[in-house]
Design a protein around this ligand. Sequence first.
Ligand code: TRP
Length: 332
Amino acid sequence: MDNKIVMSGIRPTGFLHLGNYFGAIRNYVKMQGEYECYFMVADLHSLTTHPDTSQLKSNVHRVLAENIACGLDPEKAAFFCQSHVPEIAELYLFLNMLAYKGELEKTTTFKDKARLHPENINAGLLTYPVLMATDILIHRATYVPVGKDQEQHLEMARDYARRFNARYAAVFPEPQAFNFGEALIKIPGLDGTGKMSKSENQLATLYLADSDNDIRNKVKKAKTDTAPTTPNSPVPENIKNLFALLQLVADESVVKKYADDFNNCTIRFGDLKSQLAEDMVNFISPIRQKAMDIMNDEKYLQQVMESGAQKARKSAAATMQAVKEAMGLNYY
Ligand code: TRP
């Protein structure tokens, strides 16, 4: 075990789906046994785009429960809520002085969100990357398991770390994107376009909270063409996606059977979809049930959040002491 520190955040803004599982959570589960890990529910980040907080508590509980149901172990990793670590708000303020307005305005996610919601372009949204940098730097983390869409934010976190170190003293290591083992896989949506998503594309997305029937219905509705008539035909994109999904949850021999059937033109896409639906049900339903049990156990969730916050605050407080010393804010 080397002493690399891993940190990642999950916004509590929707239901987790298969893409989150195979793209992120599965990675967290592998990392928690190898590294010192900080996994955080980014509830403060969600306020930048979701000012209505009526669903926040249940969303936070759900994210915690679903991650734990997928194997994230709060005994191994620090699993906590951002708002339970006030040191984050404090360091965010300091880092804001190192972040320039022009750069923030050029951030892709800011421009996208500003375009989508011109009525709520708030300063918190503008400084979203500063808050994310804070989440990482407060634990002096070096490994950050995130997808491609977060790479620009990570680059900015490195900039702020560098600026702080140059202006005051070398406190922060530079964090980098990190994924365990194989390269990141993209989990395709069921409609043959795009990928699975927390908020858009709901019919093409399999959620970890979907009922068995939801799963069957969504898989059944996936678009297929007429079956191939020439042996070894090229596989159309939407069929490729179904195979990619099958590969995630079915036995190798099952995948091979359908691939062979495709190549010798005996495949029936209806059968392929029934197979995929049943394998998905077998995969998702135990996770859904476990998550539901955890959601209903508020006492347990409270205990998870408390012990997570305790671990996170310990690490955060040590960093803040180094930060304040470096900045000359140690008056006594
Ligand atoms: N911005 C990330 C996202 O939208 C969530 C996040 C918040 C995060 N803080 C983080 C990710 C720190 C990695 C590290 O997915």
